[in-house]
Design a protein around this ligand. Structure first.
Ligand code: PRE
Length: 285
C-alpha cells in the first residue's frame, strides 16, 4: 500500500513526530492539533494514515485514542511503533539562570503524569497547564518569553522552539516507552517502512454477554488452551451504564487461518461480541 501523506499529533517535534520520522523518514507528514483531528483526517481523505499515541509505560493507555476509535471512527490499526521517551524540563533562554523560580509548567497531561514525582518534589507550589502535546507546550513557552513558565518536552522540541533544557530525564521511571499506532481506513499491509519489524500483533475488541458468571474466564480460556499469547488486556467503559465494559486484547501474532478465527467463532458462540481492530507488524526502536 502506497502511503503518501501521514497525519500526526503536532505541532512539529512532538514524540508522535519522532515516531513518524522513525518509521517513515522520507514521507510527507502533516501536523494536526488533536488526536481526534488526526483520526478524522484519515476518514476525510486529507491524509492516508494517522500516527497517534496509544499507551505509555508509566501512565498507561491514551484513553482519547482508544475511545475515539471505538465510539467515533472505526479505523483499522495497520502498524505499531514503540519508541523510548525522555522528558526534559525546558525554559525560554531568558530564564535559564533562574529556572527554579518558574511559576507554571506546561505540557501534555501524559507527560506531566510521567514526571509527577519530580514535579511534586521540585515544584510543589507551581501550577500545571495541560496542552494538546508536549511540543505545543514548548511552542507556547517560546512565544511567551516574559512569563516565568517551563515546558516538559523532548530534545527535538527544545531545538525546534529555541528553548534551554534545564533538567534532563525528569520522567519518574527509567524504562519509559510509548506505543504509537498507524491507522488506516482499511485492513492494508504496511510496506515500504525502513525498519525490520520486531513481531506481529492482532488486536480484538470483545464485549461480554450481560450478567453471565465466569464470562471473562471463558473468554480467556479460549485463548489459553490454544496457547495464544496475549500481550495486553484492558477494559474500558462502554459509556452505556455503570459496569458496562468492553475489553481490548492484543494477541502476539498475526491473524492466521485456524487459531484466531476458531477463537473468534468460540467467543461468538458464547454470545460475546468480537471485532478485529487490526492485525499488523510492530516496530520496537
Ligand atoms: O505530546 C506529545 O509529544 C505526544 O506525542 C503525545 C504523548 C502521549 O499522548 O502520550 C506521546 C508520548 C509521550 O508519552 C507524551 C505525550
Amino acid at each position: 500500500m502506497d502511503i503518501k501523506k501521514i497525519g500526526y499529533l503536532g505541532p512539529r517535534a512532538t514524540f508522535t513526530a519522532q515516531a513518524v520520522t522513525t518509521l517513515f523518514p522520507e514521507k510527507e507528514s502533516k501536523p494536526l492539533v488533536t488526536i481526534p483531528a488526526c483520526i478524522d483526517a484519515v476518514v476525510n481523505g486529507e491524509v492516508d494514515v494517522a500516527v497517534v499515541p496509544i499507551e505509555n509505560t508509566i501512565e498507561g493507555s491514551v484513553n482519547l485514542t482508544i475511545d475515539y476509535l471505538i465510539h467515533e471512527q472505526p479505523l483499522k490499526i495497520i502498524g505499531e511503533v514503540i519508541i523510548p521517551i525522555s522528558q526534559h524540563l525546558m525554559v525560554h533562554p531568558y530564564h535559564s539562570s533562574n529556572w527554579k523560580e518558574i511559576e507554571g509548567v506546561y505540557s501534555h497531561p501524559h507527560a506531566i503524569a510521567q514526571c509527577h514525582k519530580f514535579l511534586y518534589d521540585e515544584f510543589q507550589h507551581t501550577h500545571f497547564e495541560y496542552t494538546t502535546s508536549t511540543a505545543a507546550a514548548a511552542k507556547y513557552i517560546s512565544e511567551n518569553p516574559h512569563q516565568k513558565f517551563a515546558a516538559i518536552a523532548n530534545e527535538l522540541a527544545a531545538k525546534e522552539y529555541g528553548l534551554s533544557i534545564v533538567k534532563r530525564d525528569i520522567h519518574d521511571f527509567e524504562n519509559n516507552h510509548t506505543r504509537f499506532v498507524v491507522l488506516h481506513k482499511n485492513f492494508v499491509e504496511l510496506d515500504h517502512v525502513v525498519k525490520e519489524s520486531s513481531g506481529n500483533k492482532t488486536t480484538l475488541m470483545i464485549t461480554l454477554p450481560s450478567d453471565r458468571a465466569g464470562a471473562l474466564h471463558q473468554v480467556l480460556s479460549a485463548f489459553a488452551w490454544r496457547k495464544l499469547n496475549l500481550s495486553k488486556i484492558e477494559s474500558r467503559p462502554m459509556k452505556t451504564g455503570l459496569g458496562n465494559y468492553f475489553f481490548l486484547i492484543d494477541i502476539e501474532q498475526r491473524m492466521d487461518d485456524v487459531l484466531i478465527p476458531s477463537t473468534i467463532a468460540e467467543l461468538e458462540a458464547l454470545e460475546c461480541g468480537v471485532k478485529v481492530l487490526g492485525s499488523y507488524p510492530y516496530f520496537r526502536i
